[in-house]
Ligand binder design. Structure first.
Ligand SMILES: [Zn+2]
Length: 542
């Protein structure tokens, strides 16, 4: 009886004895029943043929590694017509034939594998007294049965990177139940089509704007309504605005410069302005060197492109990304670099530094030593850069002309940053941002593009497609900025799904969330898990 309190799950077995060595418990067991059932003919037999022992691992007992020593009997089948002459007694509740772990241990190992993966699972297992290899855990995951997929009415489809830039897969979600239902190993139209054919009943498919998914959905489930994903639509719209800015670099630079000049005239009665905490503490000559390098790169790219070389070839010859090449080619003039942002560790000490500098201490080493006494933890070079910048300005100021507006280009926000400023409602902008936006909108093409994109934003945000046809016509017309025109035409090609996005309540937001979870699982396995393993783990922890 005490046996059954400590080991309640050994029905049909009797504990003969228990042995304990160092942190290891051995439990000797024997079946109680005097007869066994033949697995072939289901007839009971009493005739014992022979005995042998099996020693499977079991769940740990009080933190000790536990091993069962099972005495198993072979029986002679008494049914003369049976094909089997000898059979081993089955202990189906406890262990499978040939297995080296009990069923309950396998189950726990599988769960550890699902939740932690191979290597972390191995560490955890050994910590709780059931050590096993990482491979064992992965084997348990792979051997797990697939969950049955019930019929889906609203399906969300998106892609995810197995290896970014190289290999992509597809994730399928049940948007009504907010559940992942399957992963596909690629993102072709064929595999989506096959999946849809083998899982009929889908009525609505929410997908990104990729042509492959549209094609796969149309062929696999022609009856389903396709909905373009709003998030992707909004993203594409904002990117279009960025392209427009890239294309009008000259005018943008003019606007930024004009604004800077106007501002500097306003603040010209504050001579020590340059000593205020500033984000760009690099002396102008360093900035100029890197700017000149980029400029040369820009000119080279333009030259090579004019000579007829492809973007791919230019990128590999000059060792830059294809995206950079494309961005440079789109621009009508050299795109100035964005102003560096973020606070400096020197900022809290700037007042002390300034007063020391003004009292005549100008050597960077001395200044650095004194700042360190005040608790400054930054390096010498931070102080040196700042001081060099001031020195340069003092020299030039002594000559009577400021380098700020002559030698150094006016720092210009990146095109992405500008596109966000144009994208946001003007009331949400800060005062100086508003000024910049107003200046940018003086360029007719940028004005027109911004207006059209804002209207598009309203369609998506208010989920109302009234006036859509008119908008599309204006966006696709000859007079519209070329990037807007391309955007409009791409929307036209997918018009039904885009309109559905404005009217339907379904969107791919939750699929993006699942992709994030998938990335987490993928990285837990160091990004090296094969597709089937990743799929089994991901679907079973959903
Ligand atoms: Zn039999």
């Amino acid at each position: 009886m005490p046996d059954l309190i400590v080991f309640p799950k050994i029905h049909g077995l009797k504990i003969q004895r228990m042995l304990q060595d160092e942190n290891h418990l051995l439990i000797y067991l024997q079946a109680v029943d005097s007869q066994a059932c033949c697995p072939e003919c289901q007839q009971n037999s009493h005739r014992i043929h022979s005995r042998y022992t099996r020693s499977p691992s079991d769940l740990p007992c009080f933190g000790q590694k536990t091993q069962l020593i099972l005495q198993v009997r072979r029986f002679v089948c008494i049914n003369d017509t049976c094909n089997r002459k000898i059979f081993t007694e089955r202990l189906n509740d406890l262990i499978q034939p040939y297995a080296r772990t009990t069923l309950r241990l396998s189950k726990v190992q599988r769960q550890i594998g699902f939740l932690l993966g191979g290597e972390p699972g191995k560490k955890f297992s050994s910590f709780i007294g059931m050590s096993c290899s990482a491979d064992t855990l992965l084997r348990r995951i792979r051997a797990s049965s697939r969950r049955d997929i019930t019929s889906v009415r609203v399906l969300g489809v998106d892609d995810w990177a197995l290896r970014r830039g190289q290999r992509y897969g597809t994730i399928l979600c049940d948007l009504e139940k907010r559940q992942v239902i399957d992963l596909l190993p690629d993102r072709t139209s064929d595999s989506l089509e096959n999946w849809l054919v083998s899982h009929p009943g889908v009525e609505i498919i929410s997908r990104d704007r990729g042509g492959e998914y549209a094609k796969g959905a149309a062929q696999g489930a022609p009856q389903a309504i396709q909905v373009a994903d709003r998030w992707h639509l909004v993203k594409n719209a904002r990117e279009t605005l960025q392209k427009v800015i890239d294309r009008h670099q000259k005018q943008v630079r003019e606007s930024v410069k004009l604004l800077a000049e106007r501002e500097s005239q306003l603040s010209s009665n504050q001579p020590l302005d340059y000593m205020q905490p500033s984000n760009s503490s690099t002396p102008p000559n360093t900035e100029n060197i890197s700017r000149n390098k980029k400029r040369m790169m820009y000119e080279q790219i333009c030259e090579l492109h004019q000579s007829g070389m492809s973007i791919r070839k230019i990128a590999s010859q000059l060792r830059v990304g294809r995206r950079t090449v494309r961005r440079y080619l789109r621009a009508d003039a050299f795109p100035e670099r964005a102003k560096r942002s973020g606070p400096s560790c020197l900022d809290p000490y700037l007042d002390e530094l300034k007063s020391m500098w003004e009292s005549g201490v100008t050597r960077a080493t001395v200044l650095w030593e004194r700042l360190k006494e005040l608790g400054f933890e930054g390096s010498y070079s931070v102080v040196n850069r700042k001081v060099a910048f001031w020195r340069k300005i003092m020299e030039v100021s002594a000559d009577g002309n400021s380098i700020l507006h002559n030698a150094q280009p006016v720092p210009q926000p990146s095109s992405m940053c500008l596109s966000w400023l144009l994208w946001k409602p003007i009331d949400e902008l800060a005062r100086n941002e508003k000024k910049l936006v107003k200046e940018l909108l003086q360029t007719p093409m940028i004005f027109q593009a911004t207006q059209l994109i804002h209207e598009f934003q309203t369609f998506i945000q208010q989920q109302n497609s009234a006036g859509w046809d008119n908008w599309l016509e204006r966006a696709c017309s000859e007079d519209a900025p070329i990037d807007i025109c391309r955007f409009g035409k791409s929307l036209k090609r997918d018009e039904e799904a885009v309109k559905a996005a404005m009217e339907s309540i379904w969107s791919n937001g939750q699929v993006e969330g699942q992709v994030n979870r998938l990335k987490m699982v993928k990285r837990q396995m160091y990004g090296r898990a094969s597709f089937d393993l990743l799929r089994a783990r991901f679907l079973n922890t959903a």
